[in-house]
Design a protein around this ligand. Structure first.
Ligand code: IPE
Ligand code: IPE
Ligand code: MG
Length: 255
């Protein structure tokens, strides 16, 4: 309860939170354990994060679970991560459904084995009408690949005469990248101490507030989430305007 009082009000709560869950390997190494032990602990932290978002009333949560570049890790780590991914899907989806969570996956799904793809599809089907929290899991996802695929589809549309090349603007690209139907992330959290985007949502993060913590992902808890939300609540988002302009608009809106 003690974190509760520091939590910002609904108006300063991010609608969409995007998270790079980093630091599993180092968490395990510090304990003298194999990296996989860290990934398993990381899966538990995912549940804590989802719980926190449900409690706070955050509407959209996007988690970076596996990047396009992570396929290049040693085969035994990739294989073990795939097994963990499959067992998490088998174990967690019913409970997420019961709690009103809608689950979607973004990324290159074709690279996963059929058993995982089927589980992804059935999770999306089962939870498709839920409205309490939308959970997007970025798996085999890369921000550049996302933009390239939007460009490819627009080029095909132009060739087929469905769109004029002059009509390809930011709005058109925005309609073709992942998460197009959702508000852009308001807040980005990266655990694990690195201050970089690592090819996460490049297009969608243009005006997202960034928040970094040294906390390793398996240690992520509601207090860490509360710290990030409190910091977010204190920020002024200016979108290129002056602070005075933003203040004036805020005053008009609250009048
Ligand atoms: C993040 O933790 C999980 C994945 C990328 C799958 P890491 O495995 O990158 O952990 P560190 O960065 O090596 O500690
Ligand atoms: C980013 O973490 C990807 C995920 C958390 C899924 P990485 O550990 O792959 O990023 P780098 O290699 O440190 O940039
Ligand atoms: Mg890492």
């Amino acid at each position: 309860m003690q974190a509760e009082s520091a939590i910002p009000t609904a108006s300063t709560l991010p609608r969409h939170l995007a998270v790079i869950m980093d630091g599993n390997g180092r968490w395990a190494r510090r304990r003298g354990r194999p990296r996989m032990v860290g990934h398993r602990a990381g899966a538990r932290a995912v549940n804590i994060c989802i719980d926190g978002c449900l409690r706070q009333g955050i509407q959209v949560l996007t988690l970076f679970a596996f990047s396009s570049e992570n396929w290049g890790r040693p085969a035994d780590e990739v294989g073990a991560l795939m097994r963990l991914f499959l067992s998490a899907l088998e174990r967690e989806v019913e409970e997420l459904h019961r709690r009103g969570v809608r689950v979607r996956f973004i990324g290159e799904r074709s690279r996963f084995q059929p058993a995982i793809r089927e589980r992804m599809e059935s999770a999306e089907r089962l939870t498709g009408n839920n409205r309490r929290l939308q959970l997007n899991i970025a798996a085999s996802y890369g921000g550049r690949q996302d933009i390239a695929s939007a460009a490819r589809r627009l080029a095909a549309d132009a060739l087929a005469g469905r769109i004029a090349p002059e009509a390809i603007d930011e709005e058109a690209i925005g309609r073709h990248v992942a998460l197009a139907a959702l508000p852009a992330p308001d807040l980005f959290i990266r655990t694990g101490g690195e201050q970089r985007i690592s090819n996460f949502l490049l297009w969608q993060l243009a005006y997202t507030e960034l928040w970094f913590t040294d906390t390793l992902w398996p240690d992520f808890d509601e207090a860490t989430l509360a710290d990030a939300l409190t910091d977010y609540g204190r920020r002024q988002r200016r979108y290129g305007l002056t602070g005075e302009q933003v203040d004036a608009t805020t005053r008009e809106e609250s009048a």
